[in-house]
Design a protein around this ligand. Structure first.
Ligand code: NAD
Length: 507
């Protein structure tokens, strides 16, 4: 087990800070503290939790400059990227839960079927207890804070394990939340790598929420399964973008460049496969190349740019491997392969097909492969030919056609005539289909995911129930009549007559 991790500025390569990793006993103590705190935190009212969310939101705004600075040093991203995707998206979601928490999690009255005459039913949404949030490095603020805040809002205490690649942001989140004066033990951070993550799971948190790679998802699930700990997984993607000839072409070109290259492609819902209708493919690709070549690539001396470095150095090798595999199988590169330090210049590949890694495996870097398609049917077939199903986009001015295609795509999320921003709509659940994940967060469903529903029934009857012992022939007859009346087609008048009879018996 490593004893320390380092935050490295991907622009200068300089070590920003070292973090010593906790020993096993310390991990146990942290989880114990979390469990103890969960007893009273789970009892706080929804209104009180909503006030805490408001406080966190205000602190994030007050600390904006510091937050942006820390994330930029940890990741080398452009300021706009940090502001829009890490901070703004997080604030929007906090505000949504702050305003809707009570409505979503309050006791819910449910209907009770006639067979349970004189009964009432309701559902309560109760916290799990201790939630472990394991975060990735690509959006180290948003993807750590959103699940954290959601779990807290649902009444759980949280142990956050930030990515070992961006511990500096993890520490900053800890300091920001400290200012919200949450009761002791309600939110704690444990720095460390995957091994530390596994050690925390061994301490039996009540739920694990992971954002990370598919292989990590499998390991986390395996570890959690030993104690039947529920897991929620937000995993990788190979998102298709489908452009029809009736789309607004210039807008679609810019959408593809943004979707494929924002955060230098280190984006789970990136445009990973670009399918363009054959009739416009050539023109589209020419325009795409022009836009790509126009992008400002950062360097050591500038902080004013569009594409930053690879946050994790090894990512360059992943992209290179896919690029070389594609070229060896007949793809053509319309750009020059070029790296400067951790900066990887954006790549566009044509003549690609589904035998190539670049069309099958997650790239997570600045590479856009472009492939043609003939008609709607082929576009859907190509898009669905993937083990992933995170996000997708369909581009056409014919909205009913686009909606029809969206319905046929095997994906957890889909955007018509735009890319990426859909993850920022807090009203919508977000999560992956197929190997892209298990469960959804965001939206009302996402908040409920951090709760266990408890169903309660109240019986107001004062006498014995007819289904109780003793079993008699009369009861058998009544049951038969009930089955025919309730579920069979016996005609209206007979139904009413039977119901009146049954009502007398049930009283
Ligand atoms: P990763 O899987 O390497 O690491 C994610 C986190 O899991 C880190 O904190 C890491 O320390 C931890 N971890 C690793 N092994 C572990 C183990 N055995 N037990 C417990 N924890 C372990 O992912 P990454 O490289 O940080 O992020 C990139 C991946 O995340 C990509 O595949 C990307 O698509 C995915 N991602 C998905 C979403 C989404 O919303 N679906 C969002 C962002 C990133």
């Amino acid at each position: 087990m490593r004893d320390k991790i380092e935050s490295i500025d991907p622009v200068s390569g300089e070590v920003i800070k070292s973090y010593s990793l906790p020993k096993e006993e310390e991990i146990g103590e942290i989880v114990d503290r979390s469990r103890e705190a969960s007893l009273s935190w789970g009892d706080t009212s929804l209104a009180e939790r909503s006030e805490y969310l408001g406080a966190i939101r205000e602190i994030v705004v007050d600390e904006l400059e510091n937050i942006v600075d820390v994330i930029q040093r940890d990741t080398g991203k452009p300021e706009v990227e940090v502001m829009m995707s890490d901070v703004l998206a997080t604030l929007e979601l906090i505000k949504y839960y702050e305003n809707n928490l009570e409505e979503i999690l309050s006791r819910e009255k449910r209907k009770t079927p006639l067979i349970f005459y004189q009964n009432e039913s309701y559902v309560d949404y109760e916290p799990y207890g201790v939630v472990l949030v394991i975060a990735p490095w690509n959006y180290p603020f948003q993807l750590a804070l959103i699940p954290t805040v959601t779990a807290l809002a649902a009444g759980n205490t949280v142990v956050l394990k930030p990515s070992e690649v961006t511990p500096y942001t993890g520490e900053m989140i800890e300091k920001v939340l400290e200012q919200a004066d949450l009761p002791s033990g309600v939110f704690q951070v444990i720095q460390g790598d995957g091994e530390v993550g596994e050690k925390i799971i061994e301490q039996e948190p009540d739920k694990v929420f992971l954002t990370g790679a598919v292989e990590t998802g499998k390991k986390v699930m395996k570890k959690a399964s030993k104690n039947l700990i529920p897991v929620q997984l937000e995993l990788g993607g190979k998102d298709p973008m489908i452009v029809f000839e009736d789309a607004q072409i210039d807008r679609a070109v810019k959408g593809a460049v943004y979707g494929g290259l924002a955060n230098s492609g280190q984006l789970c819902i990136s445009v990973e496969r670009l399918y363009v209708e054959d009739s416009i493919k050539e023109d589209f690709t020419k325009k795409l190349i022009r836009e790509v070549k126009d992008l400002d690539i950062g360097d050591e001396n500038s902080r004013d740019f569009e594409l930053g470095p690879m946050i994790r150095e090894e990512q360059i090798d992943v992209v290179r491997d896919q690029f070389e595999d594609a070229i060896s199988k007949g793809a053509e590169s319309l750009t020059e392969w070029k790296t400067e330090g951790r900066y990887l210049f954006p790549q566009v590949l044509v003549n690609v097909d589904h035998s190539m890694k670049v069309m099958k495996e997650e790239t997570f870097g600045p590479l856009i492969p472009v492939m043609g398609f003939n008609d709607e049917e082929e576009a859907i077939k190509l898009a669905n030919d993937s083990e992933y199903g995170l996000d997708a986009s369909v581009w056409s001015e014919n909205i009913s056609k686009a909606k029809r295609i969206a319905s046929d795509l095997e994906t957890g999320n889909c955007y018509i005539n735009d890319v990426v921003k859909n993850i920022g709509n807090p009203y919508l659940p977000f999560g992956g289909a197929k190997k892209s994940g298990i469960g959804h967060y965001h939206g009302p469903e996402g908040l409920k995911c951090f709760t266990q529903s408890k169903s309660v029934m109240i019986n107001k009857n004062k006498t014995d129930e007819i289904n109780w012992f003793p079993y008699t022939e009369e009861l058998s007859e009544t049951a038969k009549k009930l089955i025919h009346t309730q579920y069979g087609d016996i005609g209206f008048l007979r139904k009413i007559k039977n119901l009146l009879e049954l009502r007398k018996k049930l009283k």
